[in-house]
Design a protein around this ligand. Sequence first.
Ligand code: NAD
Ligand code: MG
Length: 367
Amino acid sequence: MAVINVELAGRSYQVHVGQDLLSNAASLSHRFIRKTIVPIVADSNARELHGDRLAASFDAAGKTPVWFDVASGEGSKSWDGLQALTEWMLAQGVERGDHVFALGGGVVGDLTGFACSILKRGCGFVQLPTTLLSQVDSSVGGKTAINTSAGKNLIGAFHQPSLVLADTDTLKTLPVREMQAGYAEVIKYGILGDLEFFEWCEANGNEVIAHDDIAVAEAVARSVAAKARIVAADERETSGVRALLNLGHTFGHALEAETGFSNRLLHGEGVALGMVLAAQYSARRGYISATDADRVKSAIAGSGLPTEITSLNLKCDGAKLVDHMRHDKKMDAGTLPFILLRSIGAAFLDHEVSLDDVALFLNDRLL
Ligand code: NAD
Ligand code: MG
């Protein structure tokens, strides 16, 4: 088992990465349980597949789990979902000093984290992420949010968990497409900040997706360590360091918006395509060589993720995709900083990108 510290003044916490952690959840989290009942917010699939191990752990410790079920899917990160959850927490008598457990992927983690940020002005929570994406990304770093009709993740708060238990055994039931989508965020850490980890991904990516225990453990632990370093340096995304985690997300988000945030393109698939575009655009701007852009693309294609936007059969031009970018949360007084590459393993924020040029670049890719 690996333990990674997220170092934040007054709010530091540990991320445990390893097999069968859910069976030991009660002992690993005993500091955060003050009462007999343990409130658990659970994704419906995660509870069905992995809830028994968690429940058995609490039962053996003389605790009584009480469950709030969340329907699988992005639709649960809504005002209605938030209202139902916070009212349930009040009915359970959750106090500011208590902790609520979140079992599931990013949907349950984001919803529970946000509910805990506002419950009596803030109670504690413990993340039990069960998807690759949530283990390497959303469970760490304290961003919480719900969606509204105006867009995804527009209402939220920074609220750090007190503990994260990433049980890699839970990933064994995850469909391959979800593993691939999560893997996009893994290789992202290599591309944006660590050439050696990128090379490790080139060599081991397929083992990760195939659920090889050793490869998964290393991928999750190294990703969490990378995210922990970045979050510790810039918790609230104010210095530009944390913004680098959005590599591929501006292009990806435009593609997700154009495909209606549907099953046609999962978030990680959008990020994969977005990282290929960011690398190609970095080459267009003269920062990296075409060979390096191709290397990024090959590594991503090798894991079965999409790398050509023509594969989406979009009925739009580059200007339409750029219009979606104008709604990006990074938009700052009329300009949009782009996360580009100086080399593989070194991303930076380029504040001088012209959206008109991005539209022309995308037109070429849409042919
Ligand atoms: P998700 O939570 O929707 O889970 C994906 C699917 O896997 C769901 O159908 C779920 O029911 C199922 N599932 C969960 N665990 C399973 C398991 N062990 N076995 C089989 N099926 C399982 O999606 P996700 O990809 O985990 O997270 C996406 C969400 O995370 C988005 O809402 C996104 O906005 C958010 N996010 C947040 C942050 C952050 O920093 N807070 C970062 C990235 C993404
Ligand atoms: Mg992402």
